[in-house]
Ligand binder design. Structure first.
Ligand SMILES: Nc1ncnc2c1ncn2[C@@H]1O[C@H](COP(=O)(O)OP(=O)(O)OP(=O)(O)O)[C@@H](O)[C@H]1O
Length: 579
């Protein structure tokens, strides 16, 4: 798998295309931003008029009219700001949702090697936390950065028209503060990134511990788990405290800078008034404009921090999108109907990033319709072999051929349709029985679903469901979960089935139902059964005994069972299963 690049690049920015709104929405937003900037800019002009006219002895009526005009302007400005906020947040949500969908689809398409390296919690933080950070920034950027910069430019321009000398001082002052902010931004970069990374780790740990709650509780490990969790939380606290400290320092610094700026402007206004160049109203106007500079700058400083979070999020999102499945999909379809033959030629395998050879020199042949029982001690490589047959990994050596086709050349869609799997840990979802059977694909019709359930031995269970197939699937027993997984396999109607038998003990009645289900599922199909109970291998055609990743015995079941010296025969004797 290609490693992700942590730096922001042009491909990161192309991601922003997903956030881009439509033309009409953009135009509406631009108009709202323009109004939200221009209206407050006009307010000090009204104040100046009010002060100068009041000093000149204007009538109360005249002054009231000016005051009402001011009120109207203030209300209009506020309304424009609210409209901008509403439009911007809507656009950001639309964009963030598009990005989220794209990420979810991409992440689900990545192979097991990737998912082995990243916890679900970490990925949730990426698909949700980072996307929200980016989305928030887009809103804030439109509201605070664009509107703020426009307002600043407007204030400087207006002050220039009043008195160019004061305008020049204000411009120099703004540039100085702007420069200081850009410098300060460098301080904020690592701290924001550190805080988000610490949060992603926390999410990963939390998700994993919650998923394993049953085992942790049963083993009385809750207290220790919480202690470890506390350490991870402490790392988050440290990172966030550091981040907050930098933020507060930046804010305090700007407060001092603004106080100094206001004092300078007041002194300038007093001086120009003394020389007779300005009226009192104009001095008030300048004072008001100086005050107006503060808010956009403060918001910009806040945005620098958000910008860092968004930038860090954006580069992590881009990193995730840059991950490519290491399994290159082929294009040739597997035979569309009938049982599929299976052949493994000199197959060797080790997990990515692990030197240990998990499988080596595996040769196996199954004619269409034949069944193979895989036995061997725990850790001998049975599940791994099943994963290679499903092409969840590619072998490091040799080839896996299904239906005469090297799996590397097989079209993944036909591969998933023609090779079925029933795993030990059946994953059920908090969704309807129908969705659990179809795995959220369009339903093929109730009749087929019910037939699949009946074939799996769940016919009566399904008939008793209160809302039929729309019943929300609540807790089911381990046996029922296995049978539901069979029903999924019946529905998919594959030509080759890999069955990783549940290792947990089931009651004898359920076990018999499962054995019947297995027998029905394998009828007319090629099957590989990864067996933990030798009794379930009564009807298979062939047996392969694995030991430390190698086949140490392979042959027809009947021959091996009849051979008094075979390993399989001895295993049967040890387990008390009749040969
Ligand atoms: N995702 C993985 N990454 C790295 N190593 C793995 C992974 N899965 C399994 N292994 C290693 O591969 C070896 C074979 O494991 P595998 O699960 O295939 O054995 P198994 O025979 O199916 O065991 P069991 O009967 O307990 O299910 C073991 O040493 C195991 O530690």
């Amino acid at each position: 798998m290609r490693p992700s690049d942590s730096r922001t690049s042009s491909s990161d920015l192309s991601l922003l295309r997903l956030l881009r709104p439509g033309r009409r929405q953009s135009a509406a937003l631009a108009a709202a931003v323009a109004a939200a900037t221009a209206l407050p800019l006009a307010a000090p002009q009204i104040t100046r008029r009010f002060v100068d006219d009041a000093i000149a002895g204007a009538s109360i009526r005249h002054l009231t009219l000016i005051a009402l005009g001011y009120l109207g302007l203030a209300a209009g400005g506020q309304a424009a700001r609210m409209l901008t906020a509403w439009l911007a947040s809507r656009l950001a949500w639309d964009g963030a949702n598009r990005l989220r969908e794209r990420l979810t689809e991409h992440t689900l398409g990545l192979d097991l090697a990737f998912h082995g390296r990243h916890t679900p919690g970490e990925l949730i933080e990426r698909v949700d936390g980072d996307v929200v950070a980016v989305g928030d920034f887009v809103v804030a950027f439109l509201l605070d950065v664009v509107a703020g910069v426009l307002l600043l430019a407007g204030v400087v321009a207006v002050v220039f028209t009043v008195d160019w000398r004061i305008g020049a001082v204000l411009l120099a002052y703004c540039l100085l503060i702007g420069y200081g902010m850009v410098r300060a931004q460098r301080l904020a970069v690592p701290s924001a990134a550190g805080s988000r990374a610490a949060n992603a780790t926390l999410m990963g740990v939390l998700e994993e511990r919650l998923a394993g709650a049953e085992d942790l509780r049963a083993n009385g490990a809750g207290e220790h788990t919480v202690r470890r969790f506390h350490q991870t939380s402490a790392a988050v606290l440290r990172a966030e405290r550091h981040d907050a400290r930098i933020g507060t320092t930046l804010l305090a610094g700007t407060s001092v800078a603004f106080a100094a700026g206001t004092a300078i402007m007041l002194a300038l206004a007093a001086w120009t008034m003394e020389t007779g160049a300005l009226t009192v109203g104009t001095a008030v106007l300048l004072f008001q404009y100086t005050l107006m500079v503060r808010a956009p700058f403060e918001r910009l400083i806040d945005q620098i921090r958000q910008y860092q979070a968004a930038l860090a999020g954006l580069s992590r999102i881009a990193g995730l999108l840059a991950e490519r499945p290491s399994l290159i999909p082929g294009t040739r379809p597997l035979p569309a109907t009938g049982p599929l033959g299976l052949r493994l030629d000199g197959v060797g395998f080790s997990y990515p990033g692990d030197d240990e050879q998990v499988l080596s020199g595996i040769d196996l042949t199954l004619a269409p319709g034949e069944t193979l029982g895989l036995v061997g001690r725990t850790g001998s490589g049975k599940t791994t072999l099943g994963r290679l047959v499903l092409r969840l990994h590619d072998p490091v050596e040799g080839t896996v051929l299904v239906g005469g086709l090297d799996l590397r050349e097989a079209d993944p869609r036909s591969l998933r349709a023609r090779i079925g799997v029933v795993t030990q840990d059946v994953q059920l979802f908090a969704a309807s029985v129908r969705d659990n059977l179809t795995l959220f694909r369009p339903s093929p019709g109730d009749e087929r679903l019910r037939a699949a359930l009946a074939a799996a031995g769940l016919g009566e269970w399904a008939d008793a469901l209160p809302d039929g197939l729309d019943t929300e699937l609540r807790t089911v027993s381990a046996g029922q979960a296995q049978l539901l997984a069979f029903a999924r396999a019946f529905l998919a109607d594959p030509g080759l089935v890999v069955l990783d038998e549940a290792s947990s003990r089931l009651d004898p009645a359920t076990e018999r139902r499962i054995e019947d289900g297995v027998a029905r599922l394998l009828r007319g199909r090629t099957g590989v059964i990864i067996a933990h109970r030798l009794s379930s291998l009564a009807r298979v055609d062939k047996i392969a005994v694995l030991d430390h990743g190698k086949i140490v015995e392979y042959g027809r079941r009947a021959d091996l069972a009849a051979d008094p010296h075979s390993r399989f025969g001895r295993l049967l004797d040890l387990a008390g299963v009749s040969r």
